[in-house]
Design a protein. Sequence first.
Length: 174
Amino acid sequence: MSLDGIALFRGDVKTALREATGGEPTLLVLLRHSGCPLCREHLVVTEGMLNEIPAGRCKVVGICQGEGGDALSLEQELELSFPVYANPDASLYRELSLPRGSWWQVTLGPMLRHPLKAVRRMSDVRRPGKDVRQLGGVVLLSSDLKVLYRYAQRDSGDLPGDDKVLAAINQFCN
C-alpha cells in the first residue's frame, strides 16, 4: 500500500496526503459521499469528540469524494475546526481497501433497520459523490503514513464507537 502519491483537493488547491497530514499522526474520517446525511453527521460527531483527544496526539482530517469545492463547502457548512479534503479519483479509498457496498448496504438495509432515523435523515440528502456505493471508514495514520488503525464501514449507517477510536489514538499516538 502506497499512500505517498495520493492527491487531495480543498477548494482549488491540490495537496498531497503527506502534506495534509503535516507529518503528524492523523485520524482520517473517510465519508461515503458528501451528500450523505449520515456522513455529515459523523463529521459533526467527530468535531464533538475533539476535546477528548489529548492535545498534540493527532490531527483530524475529513475526506470526501467529489471535488475540492465540495470538501470546502462541507467544512464551512458544518463549521468544522478540522479540514476536509476531496479525493475525486477515490484512490485513497482503494489504497486503504475500503469496500464498495451493494445497494442493500448503502440504502435499504440501514433504512429498514432504523426507519424513523432514515426518514428524518432523508430530508437532508444532497447531491451525491461520484460513487454512492463506496463505503467510508475511519483510519489512523502514523506520521510516516502507515496504517495504525482501520475501521471500514459495513453499510452506510455503520460507524465505529468513539471509545474505539479514542482507544486507538491513546494506544498508538503517544
